[in-house]
Design a protein around this ligand. Structure first.
Ligand code: FER
Length: 356
């Protein structure tokens, strides 16, 4: 039954797939040698990428693309604290004179995993040791790795951060895309079962104890919660919520996009989740220093995680934990949700910093 569901889901989503965007990269830039072979999971690499970084979308086709293209091309962003469901095309469109930095790739030694691990990183175009930059840690979906975001140019991450910085809305920001599968055995593989998902839940230790200290020592970054942001898509959204509830003092600005089930016990079409915590436990501790901004969002047409993100919002409400919840009308488990979430995260950062 479960296999049948997975097969149907994969067939459905495969039908929506088109090729991943190309990277335009220089010397030490990221390569993603994706081969469309079937893996141990029974899925092709291409099928897995749709979980890892979303169902493929056409370049710049926002959910309300026509409308937003008419109204927002070259339109200045009005800085308020309102959520905008659709990321404006003026934010995702390339402009003359703005430097859209490439991803580069690096490695660090993880004590947590007992091995060297990779990350992709976007440094601002004019990165200089004489400046210090805030950092966003951006977590991919299930079956992903540090290349999941860098291999899909349609998520517009490079454009969103560079355009918003060029407009003076946000500071130039470093984006770190880790490999979220923090296994201690290099041969372990992700799958839709509880044991195979444990390394995702172990990522909190790798992030806090290994990756963050490494990034803070290697790059010229601003430290502290005001300058440290966390966001993730799907499985990365689930871990974003988990990490934020566990270590709220570390991250001032957080966005969980299309978060996957499994924070609390449940059974969905893919698997039974034992849960990372019970429902009453899904809240900030009494004395927690909470994030300034904690966004949870999801498309109204999400064909993979459905209404799980909404259920997280409702549970956090019930348990009295502050957050912003919104839905992206018409968006699936895709880049329209990713673009919206990242845009709104940076917009909230911009507003908060301009007004506090
Ligand atoms: C699940 C449904 C969705 C699940 C994970 C996902 C681990 C993740 C999807 C994605 O990352 O795109 O039941 O269990």
């Amino acid at each position: 039954m479960r296999n049948k569901f997975i097969a149907i889901s994969i067939a459905m989503m495969t039908a929506l797939l088109c090729a991943c965007g190309n990277n335009t990269q220089g010397d030490e830039t990221v390569e993603n040698n994706t081969v469309n072979e079937t893996t141990e999971t029974g899925m092709s690499e291409e099928d897995m990428s749709m979980f890892a970084s979303g169902i493929a979308t056409d370049d710049s086709e926002g959910v309300n693309a026509e409308e937003s293209q008419e109204t927002s091309a070259n339109e200045a962003i009005v800085l308020n604290n309102e959520i905008e469901e659709t990321c404006p095309t003026s934010v995702t469109t390339r402009r003359a004179g703005v430097d859209y930095s490439d991803y580069t790739h690096g490695t660090y030694y993880s004590e947590t995993c007992g091995m060297e691990r990779g990350y992709s990183i976007i440094l601002p175009g004019d990165y200089s040791e004489d400046k210090q930059y805030p950092v966003l840690y951006l977590l991919h979906g299930i079956f992903g790795n540090e290349y999941s975001f860098s291999s899909d140019s349609n998520n517009k991450i490079r454009e969103i951060v560079a355009n918003m910085a060029a407009d003076g809305l946000i500071e130039e920001t470093i984006i770190v895309c880790p490999n979220m599968y923090a296994a201690t055995d290099a041969s372990q593989q992700p799958a839709f079962n509880a044991e195979a998902c444990l390394p995702y839940d172990n990522f909190i230790n790798d992030l806090v104890n290994d990756l963050m200290p490494y990034i803070e020592s290697k790059y010229s970054v601003l430290t502290g919660r005001e300058n440290t942001y966390l966001a993730g898509f799907s499985m990365g959204g689930r871990e974003t919520i988990f990490i934020t509830l566990q270590r709220p003092e570390l991250f001032g600005y957080v966005c969980a996009i299309s978060a996957a089930p499994g924070i609390v016990p449940t059974t969905d079409g893919f698997m039974t989740h034992p849960g990372q915590m019970t429902e009453p436990e899904m809240k900030f501790a009494e004395d927690a220093i909470e994030p300034n901004v904690f966004i949870i969002c999801c498309g109204t047409n999400d064909s993979v995680v459905g209404t799980y993100p909404k259920s997280y919002h409702e549970l956090l409400d019930t348990n009295g934990s502050d957050h912003i919840w919104y839905e992206i009308n018409g968006a699936d488990h895709d880049n329209n949700a990713i673009k919206s979430g990242l845009y709104n995260l940076f917009k909230q950062i911009a507003y908060d910093k301009a007004n506090n």
